[in-house]
Design a protein around this ligand. Structure first.
Ligand SMILES: [Ca+2]
Length: 178
């Protein structure tokens, strides 16, 4: 009895076989893969939250601007025309107007601060490095066109999402609350 028990202890302490080592390595690899996948999902979600925050801040800022002034500025400097209709990007002129510290061609003449930006910021980019897009109802017909959508809104703001392309599933928009 004693001798056999001793033998069992010896065989248990002989270490891992090659197959056992391979199984352990495979399991570690699998776990590492799962952790990396989880981190990627978390990173994507946090970027989406950040983009939504930027979109909502810009939407709120422009709506407040309209309440204060009763009109929208026409911003030649930051105009873009993606697929028809004039839109604005969050470049220098938009930032100057919304931060309200300096005067941009008489726009925001009361110098009201609608949004905070870094002191030296000349543009405002989404988490994927692209400027936000803004559509303002500058002809006051109660509608704006944003990407391929006609919206009964006076302000529409969006980020093109991770792929940097308008009108794809990953866009973050002020009118679709995902
Ligand atoms: Ca997109």
């Amino acid at each position: 009895m004693t001798a056999r028990g001793y033998g069992n202890v010896r065989s248990r302490s002989r270490g891992f076989t090659l197959i056992e080592m391979m199984v352990v390595i495979a399991i570690i690899g699998l776990l590492a893969g799962l952790i990396m996948a989880g981190l990627n999902v978390a990173r994507r979600q946090s970027a989406n939250v950040k983009a939504r925050d930027g979109v909502e801040q810009l939407e709120t800022a422009w709506n407040a601007y309209y309440v204060d002034y009763g009109s929208f500025p026409t911003i030649a400097a930051d105009s873009v025309s993606p697929g028809g209709g004039t839109h604005y990007e969050t470049g220098r002129a938009v930032i100057q107007i919304l931060r309200g510290r300096e005067n941009h061609n008489g726009q925001n003449a009361k110098k009201i601060s609608y949004m905070d930006f870094n002191l030296n910021a000349t543009e405002f980019r989404d988490p994927w490095g692209n400027r936000y897009r803004i559509a303002l109802d500058t002809d006051y017909d109660g509608k704006v066109t944003a990407m391929s959508e006609n919206l009964r809104l006076s302000v529409a703001v969006w980020s093109a999402g991770a792929d940097g392309t308008d009108d794809t599933d990953d866009d973050v928009t002020s009118w679709r609350k995902q």
